[in-house]
Design a protein around this ligand. Structure first.
Ligand SMILES: O=C(CO)[C@H](O)[C@H](O)COP(=O)(O)O
Length: 230
């Protein structure tokens, strides 16, 4: 997606921000565009407070003068704006391409509303073409991976589970100090069943299926913006 399209969906989402709001700030290149636009509005006098979903977003938002808090001081938020890797029917999302899925899900769940910003290419009929990020505890990786393969097989899903690598070739570490397995299932016809099954595996911290969290998606096409609802 071009930066221009990212900016246009971010701009449309900015229209939902009101003075005094407590905002969840997403992670990724599209969320960055939103944070930059928000920073400009804050510099012009808008009074909002943000809870970032990653160290990366905290650094960007902080550098732009956006007042930041945590969910400890602000346990309930008005609105979260975040990107997505896939947007499926009912606004079921796949997230975590940027590795921030755990904090993103915690922040989205603490928010009264979540607006997804994306370009049209992220909208899919069936999620799963984008490898599903599954955040796991490093301890017991082999055992956790086997359990994921088995519950997936029970649901008719198969595909490689790739341990995400960092730039240095070592396993990628999330902000929480966990690993990510990227599961290439290609098609996930029943995301709810997979989400429920993954939640039963002790070594799985979270997964990138966001179900029932997004309240709207602002999707930028080449020359128009569309708002989708669950
Ligand atoms: O889930 C995410 C980060 O964990 C991002 O929202 C997702 O990867 C989309 O990123 P981008 O806007 O760069 O395409």
């Amino acid at each position: 997606m071009s930066v221009e399209m990212k900016r246009r969906s971010a701009e449309a989402a900015l229209a939902h921000v009101e003075p005094g709001m407590k905002l969840g700030l997403g992670t990724g290149s599209t969320a960055d565009e939103f944070v930059k636009l928000l920073g400009a509005r804050v510099a012009a006098g808008l009074d909002v407070v943000g809870v970032p979903t990653s160290e990366r977003t905290a650094a960007l938002a902080g550098s732009l003068g956006i007042r930041l808090e945590t969910l400890d001081t602000l346990p309930e938020l008005d609105l979260t704006i975040d990107g997505a890797d896939e947007i499926g029917p009912g606004l079921v999302l796949v997230k975590g391409g940027g590795g921030a899925l755990l904090r993103e899900k915690i922040v989205a769940a603490a928010s009264a509303r979540m607006i997804v910003i994306a370009d049209k290419s992220k909208v899919v009929e069936t999620v799963g073409a984008f490898p599903l990020p599954i955040e796991v505890v490093p301890f017991g990786l082999g055992s956790t991976r086997l359990k994921i393969e088995r519950i997936a097989a029970d649901l008719g899903l198969a595909g490689p589970l790739a341990l995400r690598q960092g730039r240095d070739g070592a396993p990628y570490l999330t902000d929480g100090g966990h690993y990510i397995l990227d599961a290439s299932f290609r098609r996930i016809p029943d995301p709810k069943a997979l989400a429920e099954a993954l939640a039963t595996i002790p070594g799985v911290v979270e997964h990138g299926l966001f179900i029932g969290l997004a309240t709207a998606a602002v999707v930028a096409g080449l020359d128009q913006i569309e708002t989708l609802h669950p």
